[in-house]
Design a protein around this ligand. Structure first.
Ligand code: CDP
Ligand code: CDP
Length: 213
């Protein structure tokens, strides 16, 4: 079995940063699955469609052209909200499943970050992390990121977004955001990026030792 490192967790917990650094460390390909949902959300908005219409949203997800993915456009606050709204539709999730599972099958391994990697996409992944942090800490991180990108938002706006997104992602019926029973919880609230990466690396090294046995 491929050595999949599944990195799940809520918005702005630091999972993308950790996933990126683990991928560089092991020289594994990296898939940020949030980008897929963000791309679907942006494509629906660009086409003047309705994010809450499951049939229309699935059609957009099935026709998604990932080679045209604009990484700047999908990193906005609006794209995050749109992603989370269209991610509730089972048809959208199904449309993105094959691509993600094919990635998880890559040898010798890969790093995949998202919400349902350890539970749905790669339930047998040998290394699973569930990265989290207090909502206020995550809001502060995301707020700084968005202001740095030129968005005109307040900390309070982003804290409200974070609470709404946690409730929607954790409360949906299909593939809700939740820690897999065998995922190691990593709370980065009081950690620098360096400390969080170091803790993640130790968890993965432990899993690698078991994987080789
Ligand atoms: O970067 P951030 O954590 O804010 O979000 P993201 O990982 O880019 O994901 C955006 C949204 O896509 C999430 O709020 C989820 O609703 C959805 N998503 C999902 O449902 N399943 C995944 N595997 C990844 C993202
Ligand atoms: O992928 P996710 O949305 O979970 O978060 P991220 O993009 O990895 O991190 C969100 C922001 O928080 C980035 O600007 C990181 O540099 C920052 N961050 C931090 O300040 N301290 C950490 N321990 C982790 C991330």
């Amino acid at each position: 079995m491929a050595f999949v490192i599944a990195v799940d967790g809520p918005a702005a917990s630091g999972k993308g940063t950790i996933a990126g650094r683990l991928a560089a460390l092991y020289d594994y390909p990296l898939l940020d699955t949030g980008l897929l949902y963000r791309a679907v959300g942006v494509a629906i908005l660009d086409g003047g469609g309705d994010l809450d219409d499951p049939i229309a949203a699935e059609a957009v997800a099935r026709a998604l052209d990932l080679s045209a993915l604009d990484r700047t456009e999908v990193r906005t606050r609006a794209a995050g909200e749109a992603a989370s709204r269209c991610a509730v539709h089972p048809g959208v999730r199904a449309a993105l499943l094959d691509l993600q599972q094919a990635f998880a099958a890559r040898q010798p391994g890969s790093v995949i970050d998202g919400r349902d990697i350890g539970t749905v996409i790669a339930p047998h992944a040998p290394a699973k992390l569930y990265v989290t942090a207090r909502p206020e800490v995550r809001a502060e991180r995301r707020w700084k990121q968005l202001v740095g990108q030129g968005e005109d938002v307040t900390f309070e706006d982003i804290l409200a977004d974070i609470h709404k997104r946690d409730a929607r992602d954790g409360g949906r019926k299909d593939a809700p955001m939740t820690r897999a029973s065998d995922a190691v919880l990593l709370d980065t609230s009081e950690m620098t990026i360096e400390q969080a990466f170091d803790a993640a690396r130790r968890i993965v090294e432990d899993a690698r030792a078991h994987h080789r046995l």
